[in-house]
Design a protein around this ligand. Structure first.
Ligand code: DWN
Length: 396
């Protein structure tokens, strides 16, 4: 049974940046409500947005724009190759290959990409990787099986939690995975989100927020089994899940440890989510009050990182251009646009003189250290940062 616990109000598509002011009136909005499935323990949003509205030719999030993520994928690929690879048998498939930052570490001959966003599929095709421009389904898995054969490694980063029908997703993996193959995927951790109050990880692109507990239930009923879990620091705390065909591998201690940690934390108890919802509401009240106080003192505020996360914060908290003058982002496709829903101008960092501002809100708080390092002059001239994770605060 789906039990709702959080109502974040009306929201736009988190990455649908608007090209011009005339586009504001036609903006698509939906009710962003969140609940727990009391049977599987899966946390999901209530109203799924059709994936074609989100993942299409105009999808702007490009992993290549975040140096820490390029490094993360290089290291991940190296680790997987060293620990599970074999020179004679390593047929890879990446679901949601974006701009190719993971797959570029693997052979062009044996690797296959799946990417529904045409703009990114073109990039991996151009790099020499066979790319299916499609959504991940059992139908597609059957097609790949007949064209390209079984896969020894199926990998997906920040992608599986984007897919509505998880049973179909896992059945599709089961079909295509070689008998001794592994399915490795990483997504934000529900436990870390609740712990850190980072409700901004909830938006249209994330119809599900995964706990290891829920994944264990869902994978099992589709003939797959988790055998290892790595806790990662990326994106504010993610889990990398390793799964195999049921009974084809030994279940490691990390699985028991994570399930136990989540159980002690209360991940299956509805009360945990009611407390989280209360915390989210208080976070909004504090952030809005802080911004209002700063504005009434005549302070100038900008924001760094036009993230999907900041779309959630700005729309939930009703923060617009009267509070935040401008957002900077290093992604070319987001520059010279307006942020979804809040309609704050987004520009290249070169267009903003940081020392003209008193405060910088961290839309990309997950890259806090990298960003702060680049902003020494801002801090030396008295500038301060604002974040809401793990709590609403200012710091320099
Ligand atoms: O799962 C998802 C994750 C991986 O990426 C998606 N559903 C959408 C997206 O979420 P996000 O927009 O919250 O992701 P990031 O990785 O937090 O985005 C960081 C943004 O900040 C990028 O647009 C690049 C920008 N940036 C910047 O302007 N200056 C990043 C750094 C490090 C910087 O110094």
């Amino acid at each position: 049974m789906f039990k709702e616990f959080l109502d974040l109000g009306r929201h736009p598509i988190a990455n649908a940046f608007l090209q011009k002011e005339e586009d504001f009136k036609d903006e698509f909005l939906f009710d962003l409500k969140v609940g727990l499935d009391t049977d599987t323990k899966l946390v999901s949003i209530k109203n799924f947005v059709e994936p074609e509205r989100i993942f299409n030719q105009d999808y702007p999030y490009n992993t290549s724009n975040s140096f820490p993520m390029i490094e993360h994928f290089r290291k991940t690929a190296g680790m997987l190759y060293n620990e599970y690879g074999n020179e004679t048998c390593y047929r890879v498939l990446e679901i949601g290959s974006n701009s190719g930052t993971f797959i570029e570490n693997f052979s062009k001959v044996d690797s296959v990409c799946v990417e529904p966003c045409g703009n990114f599929a073109e990039i991996t095709e151009g790099m020499g990787y066979k790319t299916y421009v499609d959504f991940w389904t059992t139908e597609l898995a059957e097609k790949i099986l007949s064209n390209d054969g079984y896969r020894d490694l199926i990998y997906a980063a920040n992608c599986i939690c984007h897919i509505h029908d998880l049973d179909d997703t896992f059945r599709a993996v089961k079909k295509l995975l070689s008998p001794s193959g592994i399915f490795v995927f990483e997504d934000p951790s529900l436990l870390r989100i609740i712990e850190r109050g980072s409700y901004d990880q909830i938006y249209d692109e994330h119809p599900h927020i995964f706990s290891v507990t829920a994944l264990n239930n869902l994978l099992r009923r589709n003939g797959l089994q988790i055998f290892r879990v790595d806790n990662l620091s990326v994106h504010g705390g993610s889990n990398r899940i390793y799964a195999c065909h049921t009974d084809s591998c030994l279940v490691g201690d990390s699985v028991r440890y994570n399930l136990q940690e989540e159980s002690v934390f209360g991940i299956s108890n509805f009360e945990t989510y009611e407390i989280f919802a209360e915390r989210v509401f208080n976070s909004k009240k504090k952030l809005v009050k802080l911004f209002e106080d700063l504005k009434s003192d005549g302070k100038k505020i900008m924001s760094i990182g036009a993230t999907a996360k900041s779309t959630t914060v700005f729309n939930y908290c009703g923060i617009d251009n009267s509070i935040i003058d401008v957002i900077t982002d290093t992604t070319i496709d987001k520059q010279n646009t307006y942020s979804p829903g809040a309609h704050i101008p987004v520009v290249s960092p070169d267009k903003v003189n940081m020392i003209d501002y008193d405060y910088a809100y961290l839309g990309a708080w997950n890259f806090k250290d990298v960003i702060i390092n680049k902003q020494r002059e801002f801090v030396e001239s008295g500038g301060k940062f604002i974040t809401h994770v793990p709590q609403v605060m200012m710091f320099s």
